[in-house]
Each structure stands twice: as structure tokens, then as C-alpha cells.
Write a protein that binds this ligand. Structure first.
Ligand SMILES: C[S@@+](CC[C@H](N)C(=O)[O-])C[C@H]1O[C@@H](n2cnc3c(N)ncnc32)[C@H](O)[C@@H]1O
Length: 325
């Protein structure tokens, strides 16, 4: 582990020396071998100090193959978010994002780094994770990368985050139902951008497994009763349900592959941009999908139930007010 040097002048000297070492190591040829013809948001030579702080580059500035996966994941995620982040930036002089289940804060720190060193934006990222050891490590990394003033790293659960004026909520592989909690949080905060790469939500698969154990029959019973098919199908249906529920909450939603499957099998990115009014048709679509696949719902539906109801009441009452004027 890279030690944290507390003296700012010694740290600045280290950063300069390390950047020079990385520029010498990351020749055009080596960079091309790594990234091919793609133009990554962050080439190793340009963000060496950050990549070293994140534990992705070694002391000699090389990138071990097992770390390259994370390098590509966070680069791809930021590249896909950039158009939406630009929209936020056009509306807000200081953009505020929340990274839910930030872990060691790869994504939090990359976004903060790009804002400062590449885009020249005023941007603050709040990283929240329930694991205090990971937050301690993330804070150490932020200091090494010189980003401790651009990020706020807090121990807490996604369900109970207390934040305001957040323009975007992101979550990269937040475990199990934490992705649904991150989306529900974003909707409740009125966030304009939601972007999640879901992890291993097992809720639907568990419910389907219980149906199989009870001997329930239906068009999906082969899937309910076959662990591999159940897991794979449940992941996709969960994402389809999330898409419908976010549309129901007034978001334009796109689910896409964000990184080739050789880097990770958890390679779906759901990106939602708040555009309009809640949609009853999308809520009906969610219900139809839930019923058609066995009647098991997902946590996001539960978390949004009150919120969507409130939104509907609000829409109706404001419509009535307009009508009465
Ligand atoms: C697979 S890790 C991903 C971490 C990080 N986003 C990344 O991509 O490296 C999932 C993280 O979610 C955190 N987590 C899971 N459920 C959570 C919850 N309900 N509230 C806060 N953090 C949670 C875990 O502690 C863990 O650090």
C-alpha cells in the first residue's frame, strides 16, 4: 500500500517525480497496446498520480493485468456519463454528485479528478459507503491524489443518506438491493441524473426459487427451477423492472452495455435523466412484467411506492389549482 505522506511539499515532489516516471513508461506504443484505438477519458500517463493513489498503477507506473479491468470500468463509466454530466454542468455552476456504495472510491475520485484536471469544472462528489474501513482507505487515497477538498467521503447506508441539492446519483456495483436504494434515493432527492451499474441483486431470484420449491407452475417454471437460468434471467428482468419504474417516476431511461463482458459480467449501465411527469403507462408496464414473471417485485417498487403516490397527488393538486385559476 502506498504510504500517505503528510508533508504537502514532500507529497508535491513525489507527485512530480511519479508523473515524470509514468510519462517515460507510457510511451505511445505502450498506451496503444493498452487502449487500442479508443480514446480513454484518462490515459495512464496523464492521470498517473490518481491511478497510483487508487492502487491501479505500480511504483514503476506499469498497470498489472488484473487492475486493467478496473481501469477500463471506471473510464467507460465516466465516458458514458459525460454527455449527461455536461448537461448538468450547463445548468449548475457547481455540480454535486453522490456515489452510493462508493467502496474504495475509484469512481468518486476519477470524476473529481476529471473535473479538476480535464474539464476544469466546479464539482463536488459525496461518496457514501457502509464500510468504515473502505471509507478510511478512500480518504487516504483522496489525500494522496490531492483531491481531499473535492470529495466528501462518509460512512453510512444508502437507505439513510442525508443529502440535499444533489444533481446526480451514481452507483458502481453497489451490492444486492443497494442499487435499488441508490435509485430510490436519487428519485427522492429529485436528482436530474441517475446512473447505476447494478451488481448482484438476488431478490427476484430468491422469490422465484421459493415459487419453484412450492411447485408453482407457469410459463416461467423452467427458469424458476434452474439456478443458472434463474440467476441470469432475474438479473435482466430486475433491470427491465428498474427501467419501467424510473420511467414511471418521470425519467428517460437507457440500459446499455457499459464495458465489454471480458472485463466484467456485471456490465449493464442504467442511465436515467429526469425529463417529465410520472408515467402511469410505465407503472402499468412494471406491474404487467411482475405478474407475467411470477408475481415477485423488486425493492425499488417498494421504495418508490410512497414517492410516486406523493408525486401523483402533487400533480393532481397542482393541475386542479391551474384549472381553478
Ligand atoms: C462491489 S463494491 C463496489 C464499490 C465501488 N463502487 C467500486 O466500484 O469499486 C459494493 C460496495 O457497496 C457497499 N454497500 C453495499 N450495500 C450498501 C448499503 N446499503 N449502504 C452503503 N453501502 C453499501 C459495500 O460496502 C461495498 O463497498
Amino acid at each position: 500500500m502506498l504510504p500517505l505522506v503528510t508533508d504537502p511539499r514532500t507529497r508535491a515532489r513525489w507527485a512530480e517525480e511519479y508523473s515524470a516516471r509514468a510519462r517515460a513508461y507510457w510511451t505511445e506504443e505502450r498506451t496503444k497496446q493498452l487502449v487500442g484505438d479508443k480514446l480513454p477519458i484518462m490515459r495512464p500517463a496523464d492521470a498517473a498520480v490518481l491511478l497510483r493513489a487508487l492502487g491501479l498503477l505500480r511504483d514503476d507506473a506499469s498497470l498489472p493485468p488484473d487492475r486493467a479491468r478496473k481501469y477500463f470500468q471506471i473510464n467507460h463509466m465516466v465516458a458514458l456519463l459525460l454527455p449527461a454530466l455536461r448537461e448538468l454542468r450547463a445548468r449548475h455552476p457547481r455540480v454535486r454528485l453522490l456515489d452510493a456504495g462508493c467502496g474504495r472510491s475509484y469512481l468518486t475520485l476519477l470524476i473529481a479528478w476529471c473535473a479538476r484536471h480535464v474539464w476544469n469544472w466546479e464539482l463536488e462528489v459525496i461518496g457514501v459507503d457502509r464500510n468504515p474501513d473502505l471509507i478510511a482507505e478512500a480518504r487516504r487515497r483522496a489525500e494522496i491524489a490531492g483531491l481531499d477538498e473535492a470529495v466528501r467521503l462518509e460512512v453510512g447506508t444508502v437507505e439513510a443518506v442525508d443529502a440535499r441539492d444533489v444533481h446526480g446519483v451514481v452507483a458502481l456495483h453497489a451490492c444486492d438491493t443497494a442499487t435499488c436504494d441508490a435509485l430510490a434515493l436519487g428519485v427522492s432527492l429529485g436528482a436530474e441524473l441517475l446512473a447505476v451499474a447494478p451488481c448482484c441483486q438476488a431478490e427476484l431470484a430468491r422469490g422465484w426459487s421459493a415459487l419453484a420449491e412450492r411447485g408453482t407452475s407457469g410459463p416461467f417454471s423452467t427458469i424458476w427451477g434452474t439456478p443458472h437460468l434463474r440467476r441470469e434471467t432475474a438479473a435482466d428482468v430486475t433491470d427491465a423492472m428498474r427501467t419501467a419504474l424510473l420511467r414511471a417516476a418521470g425519467y428517460d431511461v437507457l440500459a446499455m452495455e457499459f464495458v465489454p463482458s471480458e472485463h466484467t459480467r456485471k456490465n449493464t449501465l442504467i442511465r436515467a435523466i429526469r425529463r417529465g411527469a410520472p408515467s402511469d403507462a410505465a407503472r402499468t408496464e412494471y406491474e404487467a412484467l411482475r405478474v407475467a414473471t411470477g408475481g415477485v417485485g423488486i425493492r425499488l417498487a417498494e421504495r418508490l411506492r410512497g414517492q410516486l403516490h406523493d408525486a401523483e397527488v402533487y400533480e393532481r393538486s397542482s393541475g386542479r389549482r391551474e384549472h381553478e385559476q
